[in-house]
Design a protein around this ligand. Structure first.
Ligand code: ADP
Ligand code: MG
Length: 246
């Protein structure tokens, strides 16, 4: 309605793939259609966001329907919440709550190319998680050391890390990724370039659970990198957000 004016410019969005779910034009649609937890909706309300951005409207339903996703959307269009909302919704109860569906070990991994970016994602994630005791770990040398303790490691819900830091933990500690259900690559153009690709591939290989959901997010995806991304994803939907309405 009129009070609900767009907080951000609306963008032209194209979504391609098999059985693309319809976009969620309002955050409340996610509650109606996917039973998104009221806690997440309330926390979103705290941000003061009135409606999803283009990539959020399209990307969140795709991820909530357990599909793989390649999302290309310009800088500043809210890509972070596009994956944080569905990942946290899918995780549901914190692992420490002993819900039998949780299994043992970390269930979601978000990779970013730099420590600063990982830090920003961690902050957004903590805001969205307020009120529920998820263990959301920003990977560093220090946290990697504490995770050497199995009882600590087994109670982590989400890891946010650079590829190198995570690979080092795979090699040096007993960190296992066989319970990971969601793997997100942010700034995927960098994550899939020659510097990071070997590390990312090692992480993907370690995420051995069947039905692993993978998604890549980027402002741009040059053709060569896009081929790598598409090879990594399973029956993906590709969403492209244009710079402006045309
Ligand atoms: P990107 O990763 O696409 O560059 P970010 O996720 O960093 O974008 O978000 C850019 C800014 O937009 C952040 O300040 C974020 O809090 C804000 N934002 C995210 N979603 C919305 C929304 N639905 N409405 C208004 N602002 C939003
Ligand atoms: Mg971003």
């Amino acid at each position: 309605d009129a009070d609900d004016g767009p907080p951000m410019p609306r963008h032209k969005v194209t979504a391609k793939g098999l059985n693309v779910p319809p976009p969620a034009e309002k955050f409340e649609d996610l509650k109606t259609r996917y039973d998104l937890s009221s806690l997440i909706l309330t926390n979103l309300g705290e941000y003061g966001y009135t409606r999803p951005t283009g990539i959020q409207a399209h990307g969140i339903p795709i991820l909530l329907e357990s599909r793989d996703l390649a999302a290309i959307s310009p800088t500043g269009t809210g890509k972070t919440l596009s994956y944080l909302i569905p990942v946290m919704a899918a995780l549901g109860a914190p692992i420490a709550s002993a819900n039998s569906q949780n299994g043992t070990g970390v269930r979601a991994i978000i990779l970013a190319p730099t420590r600063e970016l990982a830090h920003q994602i961690h902050n957004e994630c903590l805001k969205l998680a307020q009120g529920r005791k998820w263990r959301i770990v920003l990977f560093s040398k220090a946290t990697a050391a504490t995770l050497a303790d199995k009882s600590v490691r087994d109670k982590v819900d989400i890891i946010i890390s650079t590829p190198l830091r995570l690979v080092m933990s795979l090699q040096s500690s007993k960190l296992e990724l066989n319970n990971v259900r969601h793997l997100i690559l942010d700034e995927a153009d960098r994550m899939l370039d020659s510097e990071f690709l070997p590390q990312v591939e090692e992480i993907v290989a370690a995420c051995s659970r069947e039905g692993l959901q993978k998604a890549v997010f980027s402002a741009t995806l040059p053709a060569g990198v896009e081929r790598v991304a598409m090879g990594m994803l399973n029956n993906p939907i590709r969403v492209v957000v244009g710079l402006k309405d045309t």
